[in-house]
Design a binder for this molecule. Structure first.
Ligand SMILES: *[C@@H]1O[C@H](CO)[C@@H](O)[C@H](O)[C@H]1NC(C)=O
Ligand SMILES: *[C@@H]1O[C@H](CO)[C@@H](O)[C@H](O)[C@H]1NC(C)=O
Ligand SMILES: *[C@@H]1O[C@H](CO)[C@@H](O)[C@H](O)[C@H]1NC(C)=O
Length: 305
């Protein structure tokens, strides 16, 4: 845009009237375009963050910088005629693809591959040319996902047990339509949660008044189930099934009985027979292993002759 400014400088002495016309080039800034609205894409997919100009730019000294608007993290930098991966944040090194062949057309779009939940946010595309610079902001609103996870548990008859189920989604927990806990053998409904409410009356008789969710944990996406006064027949495979935003996902957890296995008993017999007349000290430890919940370690120590 060209603006003509007329500055009239009136000096206090009437004969010395100076009129100055100053022609100023006001840098209006480059108009950089982005997508028409926020983007929504599935987890693991590729998404193109649009950024382009509708005018011809001098390629020389052209610089394009893609950053996260929130953290100022550098996603991609094009400088001195090439991409500069060394200056880019590690997490984008292999995932951000710049279309170098498109630059001459004024297209500075960036493709982000293998989309992650953390990619949600705003991105700024800054274009600096010799005379001008401008920017646009692109928002990744949601990375669509519904991931349900759980872990196996051991039970002791008569005690309470917690079967875990956590939901990670672009849909906030209060917008989850349904979560149901089922025992897979026989497809028995243990507990139903629908439209923000637990419906205890819909539970199968054998779980009536024994199953509940942790109300305070639900807003965190934690739909773990508390099963009270566990019975032998509760042993088995359970499924936590979630419906949200047209998607569904589930996790299965195994509820196993705590007990001695044949191999443990064999070790114990071996220990006793090997120790002969010696004083034998056998101790049982219950300890949690990362794999199977509870393992029993049998430790034998012999003293004397
Ligand atoms: C810019 O290039 C990308 C990748 O090839 C393409 O998807 C997009 O449509 C192009 N945009 C314009 C405005 O040419
Ligand atoms: C749950 O409650 C929230 C607000 O408390 C509401 O916005 C949402 O629509 C409700 N979800 C369902 C599935 O009814
Ligand atoms: C869910 O809540 C239960 C009960 O408070 C807790 O034991 C469990 O660790 C929680 N799970 C997660 C993943 O936070």
């Amino acid at each position: 845009m060209i603006v003509l400014f007329n500055f009239a400088f009136w000096k206090m002495h009437p004969p010395n009237c100076v009129l100055m016309s100053v022609l100023l080039m006001i840098a209006d800034g480059l108009i950089v375009h982005g997508p028409s609205g926020p983007l929504v894409a599935p987890l693991g997919s590729s998404v193109v963050l649009l950024c382009y100009v509708n005018e011809l730019l001098v390629m020389e000294d052209l610089e394009v910088e893609w950053t996260r608007t929130d953290s100022e993290t550098l996603v991609h930098l094009y400088q001195d005629g090439e991409s500069r991966p060394e200056s880019q944040q590690q997490e984008y090194r292999d995932r951000a693809h710049f279309f170098t062949d498109q630059i001459q057309h004024g297209n500075f779009s960036l493709r982000l591959d293998n989309l992650r939940a953390e990619d949600e946010g705003r991105y700024t595309c800054r274009v600096h040319s010799q005379q001008d610079s401008g920017e646009t902001v692109v928002q990744i609103k949601y990375v669509e996902r519904l991931l349900v996870s759980g872990s196996d548990e051991f039970m002791s008859v008569g005690e309470d047990v917690t079967l875990s189920c956590s939901v990670d989604s672009h849909i906030t927990p209060e917008h989850i339509e349904e979560v149901s806990w089922r025992k897979t053998d026989g497809d028995i409904l243990v507990l139903l949660f629908q439209n923000n409410k637990t419906l205890p009356d819909s539970s199968d008789e054998q779980y009536r008044d024994r199953a509940e969710l942790f109300t305070a944990e639900i807003p965190k996406g934690n739909f773990s189930l508390r099963l009270k006064s566990v019975r032998i027949e509760d042993k088995g495979v359970y499924m936590c099934l979630v419906f949200a935003g047209g998607l569904s996902a589930n996790a299965t957890v195994v509820l196993e009985r705590l007990g001695f296995s044949v191999s443990h008993i064999m070790v114990l017999i071996l220990c006793i027979s090997a120790s002969g007349s010696a004083l034998l000290l056998c101790c049982l430890f219950y300890c949690r292993s990362p794999y199977k919940g509870i393992n029993i370690i049998i430790c034998c120590t012999s003293f004397g002759t």
